[in-house]
Design a binder for this molecule. Structure first.
Ligand SMILES: Cc1cc2nc3c(=O)[nH]c(=O)nc-3n(C[C@H](O)[C@H](O)[C@H](O)COP(=O)(O)O)c2cc1C
Length: 157
């Protein structure tokens, strides 16, 4: 079912689908945030997310975080506030924030590790579509940081 502009109309929205709030961002790990700290962070996040209906994916590579979070609006917004006050990362660039009726993209919370080339592609895409000056500056800094990382330390477990 398409409307006059060729977009799917409301008839395609599954009435049983939940209303999900989505938050997508990338950031840089603070100095001293090592494998052990990321491991601890994930364990605590998994517990909290499970109890609050939040799912998504966290990508960590070359000192850069990329996270997709989805769940009930009030819960996701509380988490966003916590993330903004968390000293374990900085240069947070908001890539997407939206609320719509749809099935979850990530039905379970996962952690994935990517190599520098993959995370670079994600960030270059984000830079292409970034409009705010602050975001463009932060994404440019993150990409420059990837250039200075010695390759043999990238993407290792
Ligand atoms: C990169 C990154 C990703 C995080 N992801 C989550 C998450 O998915 N869920 C979560 O509960 N906390 C996550 N945290 C931790 C939160 O920032 C925060 O420490 C935690 O929610 C406790 O918040 P509170 O002290 O305000 O209660 C993450 C932290 C960082 C640095």
């Amino acid at each position: 079912m398409f409307d006059e502009y060729g977009f799917p109309g409301d008839a395609d929205v599954d009435p049983a689908a939940p209303t999900l709030y989505t938050f997508v961002y990338c950031s840089r790990a603070a100095e001293g945030v090592d494998e052990a700290e990321v491991h601890r962070l994930i364990e605590a996040a998994q517990r909290h997310n499970h109890d609050h209906g939040i799912t998504g994916v966290l990508v960590f590579g070359s000192g850069v975080f990329f996270q997709w979070i989805e769940g009930p609006g009030a819960e996701v917004q509380k988490l966003i506030a916590s993330l903004h006050g968390d000293p374990r990362h900085y240069d947070i660039v908001e890539l997407d924030r939206s609320e719509d009726k749809r099935e979850r993209l990530y039905p379970s919370w996962e952690m994935e590790r990517v190599d520098a080339d993959n995370i670079r592609a994600v960030l270059e895409d984000a830079l292409d579509s970034a409009e705010e000056e602050h975001n463009i500056a932060a994404l440019t800094r993150i990409l420059a940081h990837l250039d200075t990382q010695p390759l043999d330390t990238l993407g290792r477990d």
